[in-house]
Design a protein around this ligand. Structure first.
Ligand SMILES: *Cc1c(COP(=O)(O)O)cnc(C)c1O
Length: 524
């Protein structure tokens, strides 16, 4: 087993507990899967090409002298390896994926169909502008929907993730402060419940963070917030609904106070799924907010990307929005890439810089706009309402056996703490691992940090009532088992997963990214 928890030999050699019941290490039709390098062999080749006759190498002395060191596998062998690995993965297309704060929602297949239209799928950023007018039109149309839904006058479409959108918004705030000659304003107020990307972004932009505590209801403590205002404050980064799944009721007052103090209001819009069509953040006084298209607008999250985090701006910050951006011209639209192109159009823009090499995630734009247009404004509103309803259904169904972190109803995600596990010997981690054996991907654990042993469950709007009932029944059953003293079962879980418990800390701190041949082989 390597430190990422992958078997480096057939599983039966290493982990007798997991696969001790078959000769091959496979189980059922689930194949034990070693690394490609272990499956193949360096002295075997998967392709059988004759030596070309009568040719001479033109590589001179840069020609490779040693063995290439790649495993010799045939195409089907290599393909099967990757397909088998993919089948060990879990996905929203396989079942409920209740990760709170991440909005892992269904990706409608219509989105995929549109994204595959050759005119969208095959565009290249270096094509002549007149051949990509349709793509610009789509970007513009999506931008318009985002501005209407958020009630803001400007949007930067180029950020490629939520965190990248935060960077975009905070750099715009910095540019605006610098333009005012207020370089002393470097303190950013960040609630304790914030997603880790918020303080990371602020620091990356040269600010430093000052944490605002939560009050007993899980929201910004207004007295503490007021006490922190001052003439060195650059702004606040606030998530709404916040990461406890609660609407920040004082948001209008927060916006007014931060503006009076001379700061800007960055809103983390990752939880926009809860309020689309119900609330326009622009009306609440925000100055910048990113929107995760891969959360709210159903474009897929995949292996860290490709995401898309367009960032909307208020009137005050709009001039500082970054390059590149699309502008209308007399014969269509054009992408402005460089600073010296801006004034030409008399836009009055003073971009803080250039955010990305090219425009953005065309495939994500196409999917998000498809989602918006197929739902319409009424459908988007209903999606938010259903997301909130589903989360509250879970909260109400489980609150007699699990412990909700705060009183009252929630928005799109239900937050529980670990008080219900007190004295059972079962931790939040054990509980989550036991869910894997039951066929459920665990919820978000230990986040937000303001709640002890947090379990943050976000079902999203597309789960049916019967699906939610089944999920709640399982969680109820697990809480009963924990309270009945079955701690050993929880500590051993997962027993049915392809891998048991992994040393995630070691894997993150000392990732082994390179395969080295076993010593015996190397000596041969
Ligand atoms: C997901 C998330 C982010 C970061 O978005 P990415 O697209 O993952 O970079 C920021 N804040 C909150 C509250 C989030 O849930």
């Amino acid at each position: 087993m390597n430190t990422q928890g992958r078997p480096t030999r057939l599983a039966q050699d290493v982990d007798p507990g997991a696969y001790d019941d078959t000769l091959s290490g496979s189980r059922g039709l689930e194949q034990a899967e070693p690394l490609l390098f272990e499956r193949g062999s360096l002295d075997v080749t998967g392709v059988d090409l004759p030596e070309p006759k009568g040719t001479q190498s033109r590589l001179g002395n840069v020609e490779r002298k040693g063995v290439i060191g790649l495993p010799g596998l045939s195409e089907p062998e290599a393909m099967r390896h990757y397909v088998r690995l993919s089948r060990k993965n879990y996905a929203i297309d396989l079942g409920l994926y209740p990760l709170g704060s991440c909005t892992m929602k269904h990706n409608p297949r219509l989105n995929e169909k549109m994204a595959r239209l050759p005119g969208f799928a095959d565009v290249h950023p270096l094509q002549p502008e007149q051949t990509v007018q349709g793509a610009y039109k789509l970007i513009e149309e999506l931008a318009r929907w985002l501005m209407v839904l958020t009630g803001t006058p400007a949007v930067a479409m180029s950020p490629k993730a939520g965190a990248h959108g935060e960077l975009c918004g905070m750099l715009a705030i910095r540019a605006a402060l610098d333009a005012r000659g207020e370089k002393n304003r470097r303190r950013v107020l960040v609630p304790e419940s914030a997603h880790g990307t918020n303080p990371a972004t602020a620091v990356q932009c040269g600010f430093y963070c000052d944490a605002i505590p939560a009050d007993a209801t899980g929201r910004v403590d207004m007295e503490a917030f007021k006490a922190k205002l001052g003439d060195d404050v650059a702004g606040i980064m606030l998530t709404n609904p916040n990461t406890c799944g609660l609407f920040e009721r004082d948001i209008r007052e927060i916006a007014d106070l931060i503006h009076e103090a001379g700061g800007y209001f960055y809103c983390d819009g990752a939880n926009f799924n809860a309020i689309v069509g119900r609330v326009r953040p622009g009306d609440l006084g925000i100055d910048a907010m990113h929107i995760n298209l891969h959360k709210t607008f159903s474009t897929p999250h995949g292996g860290g990307g490709p995401g898309s985090g367009p960032t909307v701006f208020s009137e005050a910050l709009a001039p500082f929005a970054p390059l590149p951006f699309v502008v209308k011209t007399k014969d269509g639209a054009s992408l402005k890439m460089a600073e010296n192109e801006c004034d030409v159009d008399g836009t009055g823009a003073t971009p803080f810089g250039r955010m990305t090499a090219f425009h953005g995630q065309m495939g994500m734009f196409t999917r998000a706009l498809t989602y918006m247009m197929s739902h319409g404004s009424d459908g988007l509103k209903q999606a938010s309402e259903d997301a909130v309803l589903n989360a509250n259904y879970i909260l109400a169904s489980l609150k007699d056996v699990m412990t909700p972190a705060f009183e009252g109803t929630c928005m799109h995600e239900a937050l529980f703490d670990d008080r219900f596990l007190k004295d059972t010997g079962v931790t939040t981690l054990d509980f989550a691992k036991a869910m894997i054996d039951e066929g459920y991907h665990p919820m978000t654990m230990y986040f937000p940090l303001v709640v002890h042993g947090a379990m943050l469950i976000e079902p999203t709007e597309t789960e049916s009532k019967s699906g939610l009932d089944r999920f709640c029944d399982v969680l109820r059953g697990l809480t009963e088992a924990a309270k009945a003293g079955e701690a050993d079962r929880f500590r051993a879980a997962p027993v049915h997963a392809p891998m048991r418990r992994l040393d995630e800390t070691l894997a993150a701190r000392q990732p082994v990214l390179r395969w080295t041949p076993p010593v015996a082989d190397a000596a041969e």
